[in-house]
Design a protein around this ligand. Sequence first.
Ligand code: SF4
Ligand code: SF4
Length: 194
Amino acid sequence: MSLVEKIYKKKFKGIPIVQESIEVPKNVPTRKILSPPKGKDGLFIQPKDSSAEREVVERHNRERFAGHFKFADPLTGAPNTYDERGDYNCGRCNQANGKECLLVDVDNLDLDAGSCGDWEVICAADPEMKLYLKSPKGAGYGVAENGKGFGCSRCPYASKAYQPDSRGRELYCGKGDFRTYGTACCVLNGAPTK
Ligand code: SF4
Ligand code: SF4
């Protein structure tokens, strides 16, 4: 018998709403809560372990960041949110329409050094819509002081990896506890902004 039972107790505007009642089996494993050591700077301390087992841990940590912080690299996260140049600047984003953004309510984009967590690769097969629905704060919009953009290579939370992983990730992210490419990025990027 299925553990999932569909119930229709609630209604919205007269329409029965589908809910699932799930009977949770007893004595099943539950998830762990991990707490790797941190340094005085509040960042995770880079382990010297470069085994295959460690790579499994890091892969999961990257996926966590993809889910919560829009992390992307060539093998993680949404493919169209990875910038192979590692700049993630508005001038090379699919949402930029001249100096306005179709998604974020910014009408004077800094095309060279502005960016946000919703950066997308320019692609003719990905039509956009005039939404203007995200606030700059909600999207994490900022203009990099460096005048060039973001990327892990410009993030103060990244340090040199003791050893690149098996895919050549050369940096270590102290916010997420994984190795990363300099061209990857996430919305937590700490590059100074104007
Ligand atoms: S604000 Fe964000 S979504 Fe808009 S153009 Fe810049 S990077 Fe793209
Ligand atoms: S190094 Fe910075 S930008 Fe890269 S994943 Fe870590 S927090 Fe995000």
